[in-house]
Design a binder for this molecule. Structure first.
Ligand SMILES: [Zn+2]
Length: 457
């Protein structure tokens, strides 16, 4: 009696009319009875796509291939050639093996036995393999084009940003848009408000009830201002409602970028002035060093050792509170945070987009390196200048809350996180310097940042 292997597979890419694995097995058994064959092995791969674009391997199909040379089976029963393999090379190898080991193939939908030693039979199944592979390629192209198109058009994709839920067409179940999830979006708003207020990422995450990692991830996601960053670095407007304002998103990301530039992890800094203050003699940054259990500030090259660090911190605190109290200091910042600042920020965006575009062109081989270097030489300094101007004109987020003057500055200061305090010092000073004793009595000198519009204090 002819012993037959029954191959059954269901793939999610088959649409609604696809027979299930059990239906395929049942049909296969019926065929075997009609043919007078004996089914001695069943090879089923549930819900795995057979195309080369599928991630999942098909263990049962692989196992069958290994058994063919052993002549364990005289025949293989399949629902249709696409149930075998969509991968052309794989299918061709299967046909060759069946021919080499004289294994017959019965295709249920064709109601036919193929004997591959007959050239015509071989050609029919090989052609079917080409058709299946072609369909699979086409589908993959369509899917890829579809996703790229949806991305560029700002349409929602399968993965939904935190704080949103999918809206589906009740008729066909297709994804039509995103809606704000009240509970989760409240978390997003809370997180941004806390970071905007100068809380450390760790504290902001804790208050929001999420991990620090997730907080960093969310804070940098432009989906909350209804934007998407494309692979080429450009941004597109998306077709859903923003959860937070663009201004707040920008402020929060400036804070995070400043921390990154300062070489400290947001929310991880322990001393007020480390890497913020400089050595007056050699200009190296001041770091902290503990001697005899007392923390002090030390020039990285060793010119100054100031101890205790706490005393320097208190002096800086007194100085900044005095500065905040002086009428006009904050107000002058605030006055400029309008149209002028907006223009300056637009200029930064314009220049960075041009630079990113040039880098993208170079990366994709459309621009020679020399040309990119030329563009970087031109745009680099202009961008730096524009950034500095935008920074001058924009009221630093950390100063914002002192602007209201509803409470004593010292009360606000005391509630601030260390990171926020450092931000405040960075925002309103040009330099904080420590000098060796031999200079001016080892005192730190704070140079205040001039207020915008050239009105010096
Ligand atoms: Zn020094």
């Amino acid at each position: 009696m002819t012993s037959a292997a029954l191959v059954a597979r269901v793939s999610s890419d088959q649409g609604g009319r696809s027979p299930s694995v059990s239906e395929q097995i049942e049909a296969g058994r019926k065929s075997a009875i009609q043919l007078g064959w004996d089914v001695t092995g069943i090879f089923e791969d549930e819900d795995l796509s057979a195309s080369r674009f599928a991630v999942a391997d098909r263990p049962a199909w692989r196992k069958l291939q290994k058994l063919l040379p052993d002549r364990t089976f005289d025949a293989v029963i399949l629902w249709s050639p696409s149930r075998g393999s969509r991968e052309l090379e794989d299918w061709a190898a299967f046909l060759s093996r069946c021919r080499a080991y004289s294994v017959l193939i019965y295709v249920i939908t064709h109601k036919r036995v193929y004997d591959l030693s007959v050239s015509r039979d071989w050609k029919v199944l090989a052609d079917d393999g080409v058709t299946s592979a072609y369909e699979s390629e086409m589908k993959s192209d369509d899917v890829r084009r579809g996703i790229e198109g949806a991305k560029a058009a700002g349409k929602p994709l399968a993965s939904v940003p935190f704080g949103y839920v999918k809206v589906r067409d009740p008729g066909n179940g297709k994804l039509t848009g995103l809606e704000i999830d009240p509970e989760k979006s409240a978390k997003v708003r809370h997180l941004f408000a806390a970071l905007d207020d100068g809380e450390s990422v760790t504290d902001a995450a804790k208050q929001t009830g999420i991990s620090r990692q997730q907080a960093l991830h969310l804070a940098r996601n432009p989906a909350f201002i209804a934007q998407r960053k494309l692979d080429d670095g450009s941004y597109v407007q998306c077709q859903w409602e923003a959860i937070i304002t663009q201004d707040q998103y920008r402020r929060v990301n400036e804070i995070l970028a400043e921390h990154a530039n300062a070489g400290i992890k947001a929310g991880r800094s322990r001393s007020l002035l480390a890497y913020l203050a400089y050595c007056g003699k050699c200009r190296a940054p001041m770091t902290t060093e503990t001697r005899k259990d007392i923390a002090g500030y030390r020039c990285q090259r060793g010119c100054v050792f100031y101890t205790p660090a706490l005393q320097a911190d208190q002096l800086a605190e007194q100085a900044v509170l005095y500065w905040l109290k002086q009428k006009g200091n904050i107000e002058r910042y605030g006055a400029a945070d309008g149209a002028e600042a907006e223009l300056a920020r637009d200029e930064v965006t314009r220049l960075s987009v041009r630079l990113d575009e040039a880098r993208g062109s170079y990366a994709s081989g459309r621009l020679p390196l020399a040309a990119l270097e030329g563009i970087e030489r031109d745009l680099g300094p202009a961008l730096k200048e524009a950034r500095e101007l935008a920074r001058k004109l924009t009221i630093p987020p950390v100063l914002q809350r002192f602007k209201r003057r509803s409470r004593a500055a010292s009360a606000i200061w005391n509630e601030m996180s260390l990171v926020a305090k450092r931000d405040l010092l960075r925002a309103c000073t040009v330099a904080i310097r420590f000098w060796p004793v031999s200079y001016e009595g080892r005192f730190e000198i704070i140079t205040w940042r001039p207020a915008p519009k050239g009105e010096e204090e």
